[in-house]
Design a protein. Structure first.
Length: 477
């Protein structure tokens, strides 16, 4: 996806609203000949295009002189538009037939159809936004909740970019003084003391760490929380899935092994997207090859989840439930659901909790683990409040452990990768200063750290970076 290879001079067009039937559709035209190309198909000739002033006209098929639609035309002068180029936005009635006819006419007049993400790419190349802001546009379009859209909007407004700029300025200051010290070393002049550089760079390092720590929150706000329901067959996984969804999505029966494949469904809870994943019952003694594949997928899904909901049948001895259920769990991110408690007496519950605690202490390879009252829930799929009970516990856990909702957050894997590299290189620089390593080596690592920071916002880039960012965009954006 090389937008710049022979396309920078082109005037491009595309539908910017979702294709389909609706009240209106908007077609965007961007490039040096936007005004002239649009003018050719308007009924009123020699019309003057004034930036940010809309006008009503008829859009014609120039071959037949027939009207395609009555349209609202909104021009933007270069430097005053989203892309930084001359732009025309044509609002027509929301019909795919009308949109296609207008696009065909624009292309006959000299336009080229835009590539996915090309408008945002041009905005980036024309310094209308940086790479972090470009990514935030995609996040805003694809946001699954109000919290996710709020984060994307803050990034689009430049809050994360501003913080990165402040960090970059401090790194540049340190690098400039280190290089100046190299230049004046033969004269015996000390430009700045190492202790000053160390103090300043440790502050920068703390800023990096604070940003990296927000990634978990940013990722959840952007993509939602993945909850994987796992456990032995017939413990109530599918029943609980249906209760959480509020409908009968998963098939429920008394036959062990009913659920064979992974079932995914999305819901919103407290303005946050939850992806619920129902999995096949985990057991080793099945002779069914299809069920075995389902079990393998269940274990794999648990490894990639944000929270594991391990469902246990509270009516049976917990020690009899298969060891695979407890294997390779991240206990800090596991909520144990003791299901079917409607079949137990209330005074039996504390013993069940103690039994689970003892099992975990003996099975998890004698490693330290976190287990408290918040790690276990007693539920029944016969009560309507179970949905609030389970999702509310997960939400509260996320808020307590990870959420920095009001602060700037890193939300893309690309941003985190670059910032992690910058952080690691900065750690080497600080260690070098403390061990009085040669200034040339220290400057080399600090330059690389600065480069990673500049790649984050797009001040330094290559085709591979741009392809990673813009390939996910839709047409018209």
């Amino acid at each position: 996806m090389n937008f710049g290879e022979g396309r920078d001079h082109l005037t491009i067009c595309s539908v910017s609203t979702p294709m389909g039937y609706g009240g209106i559709s908007v077609i965007r035209v961007s490039g040096p000949k936007s005004f002239e190309i649009t003018q050719k198909s308007l009924k009123k000739k020699n019309r003057s295009f004034e930036s940010h002033k809309a006008f009503l006209d008829e859009f014609l098929n120039t071959q037949t002189e027939k009207s395609i639609d009555e349209v609202l035309v909104l021009p933007f002068e270069a430097g005053k538009s989203f892309t930084g180029e001359r732009v025309v936005e044509i609002s027509c009635h929301g019909s795919p037939v009308i949109c296609t006819a207008i696009l065909n006419e624009l292309c006959r007049n000299g336009c080229e159809l835009a590539i996915s993400g090309e408008f945002t790419y041009r905005a980036f190349m024309n310094d209308r936004l940086d790479l972090v802001q470009a990514e935030s546009i995609l996040s805003l379009i694809h946001s699954h909740s109000e919290l996710g859209s709020e984060l994307a909007l803050r990034q689009l407004k430049g809050e994360l970019s501003d913080k990165l700029t402040h960090i970059k300025d401090d790194v540049i200051w340190c690098l400039a003084h280190i290089e100046a010290g190299i230049d004046f070393s033969e004269q015996g002049i000390t430009v700045v003391e190492d202790t000053v550089l160390i103090s300043k760079l440790e502050n920068v390092q703390n800023s990096f760490k604070d940003l990296l720590d927000t990634y978990e929150t940013g990722r959840v706000l952007k993509d939602g929380i993945v909850l994987v329901l796992s456990g032995e067959p017939n413990v109530g996984k599918s029943s609980l899935m249906n209760v959480l969804l509020g409908n009968d999505r998963s098939i429920v029966s008394d036959i062990a092994g009913t659920t064979r494949d992974v079932i995914r469904e999305d819901i919103l809870f407290k303005n946050l997207k939850f992806t619920l994943v129902d999995t096949a019952g985990i057991r080793e003694n099945s002779n069914d090859p299809i069920e075995k594949i389902g079990v393998e997928r269940s274990i794999k899904e648990r490894q990639g989840s944000f929270i594991n909901l391990v469902i246990l049948d509270a009516t049976k001895p917990l020690k009899d439930q298969h060891e695979l259920i407890f294997k390779d769990l991240n206990l800090e991110r596991t909520l144990f659901i003791l299901n079917k408690v409607d079949l137990l007496q209330k005074d039996e519950l504390p013993a069940k909790q103690a039994e689970l605690k003892a099992i975990l202490g003996s099975i998890i390879d004698e490693k330290p683990y976190i287990f408290d009252d918040n790690s276990i829930l007693f539920t029944t799929c016969k009560r309507s409040e179970t949905k609030q009970q389970v999702l509310g516990r997960v939400y509260d856990y996320w808020i307590a452990k990870f959420a920095h909702i009001e602060s700037v957050s890193v939300s893309s894997a690309r941003q985190r990768e670059e910032l992690r590299q910058a952080y690691d290189l900065l750690e080497k620089v600080i260690a070098g200063l403390k061990s009085q390593l040669g200034s040339e080596f220290i400057a080399f690592d600090l330059k690389d750290s600065l480069m990673a920071l500049q790649r984050t916002v797009g001040e330094v880039y290559d085709d591979q970076i741009l392809d990673k960012v813009f390939k996910e965009f839709c047409l018209g954006k």
